[in-house]
Write a protein that binds this ligand. Structure first.
Ligand code: SAH
Ligand code: SF4
Ligand code: F3S
Length: 434
C-alpha cells in the first residue's frame, strides 16, 4: 500500500481541502502517514495569496526532489492555489514535480498518482469546475478535537489585490442539510469545537437560507459545544448574524473581521465596498451585543497609492479599536489582479517600514489584552500536549486564545476550568480549578 503525506500551506480552506484529499486517497487504497520522510507520495497543498507563499512551496519541492530514488520515489505533486494559477508551467520549470492538480480536480487524484507510478509521466490539470463542492466526501480530519466544515467555496468579491477569486472560482454554497449533518456527525465523533468555513461566510446562500439562518440551526446542534466561523466580510455581516451570536450559547465570543485599511480612499480602490465608518459601527454593534467578544482582523499596508496620511488612518484605527490580534501584511502584487496594474506602487522599503510600525503597535495592544485576563476563571477545550513542555496541556478559550496549564494527556478533548495566573506573550498560563 503506497503511503502519502500532505504538507498544507495557506488558509483554513486549504487545511480542510487537505482533509478532503486524504479522504479521497484513503478510500482509493492509499495510506496517510504523519511524516514526509516515510511517504512514497508527497503532496504540497499550496497557497498563492502572497508571492512569498509561492516561493516557499517552490523551494520545498526542489529540496524534497533531491531525495528521489532511481524509481522516481518519492513522487511529488502540487495541489491547491499555486497549481490552479500556474500548474502546467511549473511542470516545465521544476524538474522534481510529477504532477499538478487545481482546486476543483481532487477527485482525479488517485487516477493521476497511479498513472504517474506506472508511466512516470507528468500531468497537469488546472481547469476550473464551478460546480465542484465535494458534497459527498467526508473529510479525514487532522486532529481529534477541532473540525472545520466548509459551507461554501470560491469568492465573487474581486478585491483588487486578491488572487483568491481567480484560483478558487465562483462562489457556491453547500446544501444546508449536508452542512448540518456534517456538524452533527463531527460532534458525535468527539469534535466539540466546529468552525464553519468560507472566504466570505456572510454571503452564504442556499435556497431560502442565508448565513444567519444557517448559524441558528448549526448552533442548536447538541452534539457540539462550540461553534465558530471564518471569514466574515464587513460589507455583508448582518444585524441578524450579530443577534444570533449574542443569543446562541454555543457560538463563541470571537470574530475575525478583516479591516484591510482604514482609509476610505484605499478601501474604495481595493473594492472592499464598505467605508471605515461602517466598519467602526459594526465593531460597536458587536461589542454592545457581546460585551466580552474578542475581535481579530487582517490589515494590509503599502497598497498602491497609500500615502503616509492613509497609513496613519489605519495606524490610528488599530490604536482606537484595540483588536485582540491583527494579522498584518504588506501588499504583494499578484499577477492577473487589477491592483498590479496601478501605476502608483509603493516602494518595498516604505511597505516594510509601515508593516513594522503596525506590528510594534499591535504587539503592545495584544500583550495588554492578555494581561487583562490574568486572574479570571475560564473554560479551556484541551487540544494537545503542549509543544514546549510535555507535562503541560494546551487548548483554547471560547474567545480563541491559547491557554496552557499543567495536566495529564487524558484530559485532551475535555473542557477544563482554569484560573489564569499569568500571560506570557500570546499565551495564557493557568491552573486547573479542582
Ligand atoms: N476572504 C478573506 C481573506 C482571504 S486572504 C477576506 O476577505 O477577508 C487573507 C488575507 O490575506 C486578506 O485578508 C488580506 O489581508 C491578505 N492578502 C490578500 N491578498 C494579498 C496581497 N496581494 N498582498 C498582501 N496581502 C494580501
Ligand atoms: Fe480575496 Fe476579497 Fe474574496 Fe477575501 S473577499 S478572498 S480578500 S477577493
Ligand atoms: Fe491561499 Fe488559496 Fe487560501 S491562495 S489564502 S490557500 S484560498
Amino acid at each position: 500500500m503506497k503511503k502519502f503525506f500532505i504538507k498544507t500551506y495557506g488558509c483554513q480552506m486549504n487545511v480542510n481541502d487537505s482533509e478532503i484529499v486524504s479522504s479521497i486517497l484513503v478510500k482509493a487504497g492509499f495510506e496517510r502517514v504523519g511524516k514526509m520522510d516515510s511517504a512514497d507520495i508527497i503532496l504540497f497543498n499550496s497557497c498563492s495569496v502572497r508571492e512569498h507563499a509561492e516561493e516557499r512551496v517552490r523551494g520545498r519541492i526542489t529540496q524534497e526532489g533531491s531525495r528521489k530514488n532511481s524509481s522516481n520515489f518519492p513522487i511529488i505533486g502540487l495541489l491547491g492555489c499555486v497549481a490552479q494559477r500556474n500548474g502546467n508551467s511549473l511542470l516545465q520549470e521544476i524538474d522534481a514535480l510529477d504532477f499538478t492538480l487545481g482546486t476543483d480536480q481532487y477527485r482525479k487524484l488517485p487516477d493521476i498518482i497511479n498513472k504517474v507510478i506506472n508511466n512516470k509521466d507528468e500531468y497537469g490539470f488546472d481547469q476550473q469546475n464551478s460546480s465542484e463542492i465535494y458534497e459527498d466526501i467526508k473529510p479525514l480530519r487532522n486532529t481529534s478535537v477541532n473540525a472545520f466544515v466548509t459551507i461554501m467555496r470560491g469568492c465573487d468579491n474581486f478585491c483588487t489585490y486578491c488572487i483568491v477569486p481567480y484560483v478558487r472560482g465562483r462562489e457556491r454554497s453547500r446544501s444546508i442539510d449536508k452542512i448540518l449533518t456534517e456538524v452533527r456527525r463531527a460532534g458525535q465523533n468527539g469534535y466539540k469545537d466546529v468552525t464553519l468555513l468560507g472566504q466570505n461566510v456572510n454571503s452564504y446562500n442556499y435556497k431560502d437560507y442565508d448565513f444567519a439562518s444557517l448559524l441558528k440551526k448549526a448552533a442548536s446542534i447538541d452534539t457540539i459545544r462550540r461553534l465558530r466561523f471564518i471569514t466574515s466580510h464587513p460589507k455583508d455581516i448582518s444585524g441578524e448574524v450579530i443577534a444570533t451570536m449574542a443569543e446562541e450559547d454555543r457560538i463563541c465570543e470571537s470574530i475575525h473581521l478583516p479591516l484591510q485599511s482604514a482609509s476610505n480612499k484605499i478601501l474604495k480602490k481595493m473594492n472592499r465596498k464598505y467605508n471605515y465608518e461602517k466598519y467602526f459601527d459594526i465593531i460597536s454593534e458587536l461589542r454592545t451585543a457581546i460585551p466580552d467578544i474578542a475581535i481579530t482582523t487582517d490589515v494590509m499596508v503599502g497598497f498602491p497609492g497609500e500615502t503616509e496620511a492613509d497609513f496613519l488612518e489605519t495606524y490610528n484605527a488599530l490604536k482606537n479599536i484595540k483588536f485582540d490580534y491583527s494579522f498584518t501584511f504588506k501588499y504583494s502584487p499578484r499577477p492577473g489582479t487589477k491592483a498590479v496594474e496601478y501605476s502608483d506602487q509603493i516602494p518595498e522599503n516604505i511597505r516594510l517600514d509601515r508593516l513594522q510600525k503596525l506590528i510594534d503597535l499591535q504587539t503592545v495592544i495584544t500583550e495588554q489584552k492578555y494581561q487583562d485576563l490574568v486572574g479570571i476563571q475560564t473554560t479551556v477545550y484541551v487540544e494537545q500536549v503542549s509543544r514546549k513542555d510535555s507535562k503541560e496541556l494546551s487548548g483554547r478559550t471560547r474567545d480563541n486564545k491559547i491557554a496552557v496549564f499543567p495536566g495529564k494527556k487524558e484530559l485532551i478533548g475535555s473542557f477544563v476550568e482554569i484560573k489564569v495566573t499569568d500571560a506570557v506573550g500570546w499565551t495564557l498560563r493557568g491552573k486547573q480549578i479542582k
